[in-house]
Design a protein around this ligand. Structure first.
Ligand code: GLY
Length: 323
């Protein structure tokens, strides 16, 4: 890439950082340039925000929190934060978790009326002796930390719910709005990996249902010696296979991120009696060398990746029963 297109694609000049490579970037032992951020689905504004932080030598944890907040504040996204589709009774409830490169983690489950669940999860990690807060306790904690309560059910999501109620047919929707849980993984210039995951969960779930996204090891797992993984799709299936932990453990055994994601997906589809044709699960992963990969059950999943080559949405490979 020439200097002009490099500046255009990375936004380095606009941040006033200049092109002093070593101040802004570093290399892994396999010569991959850091930083890197990846996320589930086509969420370029979220990866852009994370990248801006990483490019200022920001910490991967800050990049994750700020990147996830972009989607939580996006009213048009019906699976994360404000605008999320509600449960069967019309309640929007959010699940989120965050994990840093020191092995610290925090999560919130069944959080209502607070859109930035990822930030509450971070504060659970940093300000409490616990890992997980749920329901009213999570909300009370968020309010005590200065978060504003608001109605998360937008007109559009309410109208969709009212329409759904006419039939009340419960079916997981594959690639809902081409946008399900937002999971993000970042590796900063200091080669430190953090991750986060935020969602309003399955549309029209039973009241009180919690998916994989706030469960460390299922929706998200980071081991700074090895790498990180995050999941999207039908949480029940991810929980049953402890999916993100599995992906990281496979990378520990030497699998590439893509091979590890693929093997974890095969673990789901090969379960006796699996009805995998009817739901989606997708994983993305990054290893300590900065290699990235993704894999899903169904066609339609994608990963957004922002590295020194730009901000790109990449279609994921998916399970093909003929192979
Ligand atoms: N992966 C999101 C959920 O199942 O809640």
């Amino acid at each position: 890439m020439d200097r002009r297109s490099f500046i255009k694609r990375t936004g380095v000049a606009s941040l006033g950082i200049g092109l002093n490579f070593h101040k802004t970037f570093s290399k892994t032992k396999n010569d991959i340039t850091l930083p890197i951020v990846i996320a589930t689905w086509d969420v370029k504004k979220a990866t852009q925000k994370a990248w801006e932080i990483l490019l200022k030598n920001g910490d991967s944890l800050d990049a994750i929190e700020q990147g996830c907040r972009i989607e939580e504040a996006n009213e048009k996204g019906q699976s994360v934060g404000i605008g999320g589709l509600p449960d069967r009774e019309g309640n929007v409830s959010l699940d989120a978790c965050i994990m840093d490169y020191k092995g610290n983690c925090g999560s919130v489950v069944y959080l209502k009326n607070i859109k930035h669940a990822i930030s509450v999860a971070r504060l659970v990690m940093e300000k409490t002796p616990h890992v997980m807060l749920a329901g009213d306790g999570a909300k009370k904690f968020a309010v005590s930390m200065g978060f504003k309560e608001e109605n998360l059910l937008t007109e559009k999501s309410e109208a969709d719910w009212v329409k759904w109620k006419k039939k009340e047919k419960y079916n997981p929707i594959i690639n809902i709005e081409n946008h399900d849980t937002i999971g993000m993984l970042a590796i900063d210039k200091n080669n430190n990996i953090s991750g986060g995951c935020t969602t309003s969960g399955l549309a029209y779930k039973m009241q009180g249902r919690v998916g994989d996204s706030p469960i460390i090891g299922s929706g998200l797992y980071i081991d700074n010696e090895i790498g990180g993984a995050v999941a999207t799709g039908l949480g029940e299936e991810v929980i049953k296979t402890v999916g993100s932990f599995l992906v990281v453990e496979l990378m520990r055994q030497g699998y590439s991120p893509e091979e590890a994601c693929k093997t974890a997906i095969h673990r789901i589809v090969n379960k006796p009696g699996s009805n995998y044709q009817n739901f989606q699960v997708g994983y993305i992963a990054i290893n300590k060398n900065g290699d990235t990969g993704s894999y899903a059950i169904q066609k339609g999943f994608s990963m957004t990746k922002y590295d020194m080559n730009g901000n790109e949405n990449i279609s994921s490979l998916f399970f093909d029963k003929k192979i």
